[in-house]
Design a protein around this ligand. Structure first.
Ligand code: HEM
Ligand code: HEM
Length: 223
C-alpha cells in the first residue's frame, strides 16, 4: 500500500528556510535605513539578527530538510556549464545557477554583518569588536562594510529579476512555494525535518554570539 504524504509535511521549502528568507528581506531595508539615519542601536540589533539568521541558515544547509541542504543544490563546474548550455536542473529546488547565487548571497550577508562588528562611525558608535582589532584591520573592515553592501544590493536586484523572470515568463510558481512551502510544479520529495530543531540551532548560535561578543575588549577610557 502506498502512503500519500501531504505537501505540508513534505514541502519544497521547509518553515525555517521560509522564515529565514522573509526575515532577511525585512532586515536589509531596516539595516540600510538605520545606517543612513544614524540610528545605530537599531542598526546594531538588525545586524546581529542578520548574523544569527545567516549562520543558522548555513547550519540548516547541513542538517535541514532535503531541498534546503547545500548538497541538494550545489553542483560542480561541469554540471553548472551543462545547465547553462540547456541541460535540465537536477534538483526540484534551486537550479544550479540559483544554488551558487544562494551561496554568494549568504557569503555577502555574512561579510556585511561580520565587517560591521569591527566598524565605527568615528563619533558615537563602535561595533563590539572594534577594540579587538588594530587600525589597519578596522579600516579594511570599514571599506568592506561599504563595498559589500553595494555588491549585495546589485545581487539582490539580479535575484529579484531572476525570480520574476521564472515566475512571469517561465510560469514557474517560485513565489507561491517560497510563501506557502509548496506550489503546483514546485513540490518537495522528502518529509521536512522538524522546525523546532532550527529554533534550537538559532538559539545556540545567538547564545554563542552573545557570549563571544561579551568577551571582546572594551575601550580603556571612561567618560
Ligand atoms: C533582501 C533581499 C533578498 C535577499 C538577501 C534574498 C535572498 C535569498 C536567498 C539566500 C534565497 C535562497 C533561500 C534558501 O535556500 O535559503 C532566496 C530564494 C528566493 N527568493 Fe529571495 N532574497 C531577497 C529578496 C527577495 C524578494 C523581494 C523576493 C520576491 C520577489 C524573493 C523571492 C525569492 C524566491 C521565490 C526564492 C526561491 C527561489 C527558488 O525557488 O529557487 N527574494 N532569496
Ligand atoms: C547585514 C547586516 C548589515 C547591513 C546590511 C549593514 C549596512 C550598512 C550600511 C548600508 C551602512 C552605510 C554605509 C557605510 O558607511 O559603510 C552601514 C554603516 C555602518 N554599520 Fe552596518 N550593516 C550591517 C551590520 C552591521 C553590524 C552588525 C554593525 C555593528 C554592530 C554595523 C555597524 C555599522 C557602523 C558603525 C556603520 C557606520 C560606518 C561609517 O559611518 O563609516 N553594521 N551599515
Amino acid at each position: 500500500m502506498t502512503r500519500t504524504v501531504s505537501t505540508a509535511a513534505q514541502p519544497l521549502w521547509d518553515i525555517p528556510t521560509r522564515v529565514f528568507h522573509w526575515s532577511i528581506v525585512c532586515c536589509l531595508p531596516i539595516a540600510w535605513w538605520s545606517a543612513e539615519t544614524e540610528r545605530y542601536e537599531v542598526h546594531e540589533w538588525t545586524g546581529y539578527t542578520v548574523l544569527v539568521l545567516v549562520l543558522s541558515r548555513v547550519v540548516w544547509g547541513f542538517v535541514g530538510s532535503r531541498h534546503s541542504r547545500f548538497g541538494d543544490f550545489i553542483v560542480g563546474p561541469g554540471a553548472l556549464l551543462a545547465y547553462l548550455r540547456g541541460a535540465r536542473a537536477t534538483s526540484v529546488g534551486h537550479n544550479p545557477l540559483g544554488g551558487w547565487s544562494v551561496v554568494l548571497l549568504l557569503s555577502l550577508l555574512l561579510l556585511q554583518a561580520v565587517s560591521g562588528l569591527f566598524n565605527s562611525d568615528d563619533v558615537l558608535f563602535t561595533g563590539p569588536l572594534y577594540y579587538w582589532a588594530d587600525t589597519g584591520f578596522r579600516d579594511t573592515m570599514g571599506v568592506l562594510h561599504d563595498v559589500a553592501f553595494n555588491i549585495l544590493l546589485a545581487l539582490v536586484c539580479l535575484h529579484i529579476i531572476a525570480v520574476l523572470y521564472h515566475q512571469l515568463r517561465l510560469k514557474e510558481k517560485l513565489l507561491q512555494a517560497m510563501l506557502r512551502g509548496s506550489a503546483e510544479g514546485r513540490e518537495g520529495t522528502e518529509r521536512a525535518v522538524a522546525w523546532w530543531r532550527a529554533v534550537c540551532v538559532l538559539l545556540l548560535i545567538a547564545l554563542a554570539l552573545w557570549w563571544g561578543l561579551e568577551q571582546a575588549p572594551k575601550p580603556s577610557f571612561v567618560f
